[in-house]
Design a protein around this ligand. Sequence first.
Ligand code: SAM
Length: 287
Amino acid sequence: MKNLASVKVIKEILEKSGFHFSKSLGQNFLIDENVLDSIVSSAQIDENTSVIEIGPGFGTLTQRLLQKAKKVVCVEIDSSAIPILEENLSEFDNLKIINADVLKCDLKKISQEEFEGERVCVVANLPYYITTPIIMHLLEEDLNIDSITVMIQKEVALRLGAKEGTKDYGAITLSVNYHAVPQIITHVPPSSFIPQPKVSSTVIKLSLRDEKAVKVKNEKLLFSLIKAAFGQRRKTLLNALSNSPLVPFSKEEIQSCLSLCKIEPTRRGETLSLEEYALICENLSAK
Ligand code: SAM
């Protein structure tokens, strides 16, 4: 079996196939075996686990997943990578390749068709130009998945795991934490990829919660409140919420709600916890 993490092997494939790395598709392929091993081991893949992989490229990570998992379904947008992938992984019979844009895929339908009730994980070295949309697509589809273990830009990973009041804490922190528990696995330098990205990277594991982090009657309102509060970070909470078209309540209603919730109206949105947003949401929903 070819070692697809070897630069020599990758260069041979490029020469033979005429493939060119696409910057706009975020094609930075992994060449660091320790990082590949750490992704697979932290995702806890075994013969009772199936995997959805996004962006297999030449199949470097896929190869390692296939050796451990029951089945791997991978979604790759670049049609010129598909014949290379098929050839590189031809010895495996537990692989399904889908040539599509993952953001346009009905992952729920794919999961129903391809898996038989086993534990399912998402594992990927994500294309960085659409990291956040992909993560939110996976979380919001309410797929029956156990965890998402992905390589992403370091700065995004720090945002997902940020604490209240810090500069990295944002709407995305709260959205991800609502669905999952984030855990930083390892930081990865640009030299672990070919071609090298301009940014540092991090492997992060998001373990999906059995129940959402907070219970609210109106999930849409919860996320509108968060978006409004972070949309105008420098404003006080009262002004940010009452000036936003996303929040359909008057300044007086919001003021009385904050007072009932014992939340100072002069606080900034970035100092509130998810539980405090949920409290405001429940209180406003009752109006
Ligand atoms: N998994 C390989 C590795 O680790 O070496 C390649 C990872 S590379 C960072 C990202 C991969 O995602 C590329 O193969 C790229 O073509 C693919 N990709 C980019 N946008 C995509 C999309 N919208 N849907 C599916 N795959 C995508």
